[in-house]
Design a protein. Structure first.
Length: 108
């Protein structure tokens, strides 16, 4: 019975990690879209329906300064839109609050 319990605990932990990655990736996407609204209306319109692909979201925790700005977390994820376009994003966070989002490899 112990192996079944251990497997259930591992599955629950993996599900929680996946949920956290999804939440962080969505938080970064929302932050990035708000910044794009004024800076790049064309890309903003294209990404309006984008969603992070949960299976590709990765959270990396570290303790670094980039210049004078402390960064504690990096989130990367593939993005997919309802229209089938795709791309990727990289987000830098401090205290789980997005500071910078970079969108790249966007389909034309």
């Amino acid at each position: 019975m112990l192996p079944t319990f251990a497997l259930a605990a591992q599955t629950a932990l993996a599900n929680e990690e996946t949920r956290q990655e999804q939440v962080m990736a969505q938080r970064c996407l929302t932050f990035g879209l708000n910044k794009l609204r004024a800076d790049n209306p064309g890309l903003h319109a294209k990404l309006q329906t984008a969603r992070p692909n949960a299976s590709t979201a990765v959270i990396e925790r570290f303790d670094e300064n980039i210049g004078s700005q402390h960064i504690a977390t990096q989130v990367t994820a593939n993005l997919e839109t309802k229209q089938g376009a795709s791309g990727e994003m990289m987000c830098l966070l401090e205290n789980d609050k997005p500071l910078f989002v970079y969108f790249y490899n966007m389909d034309e």
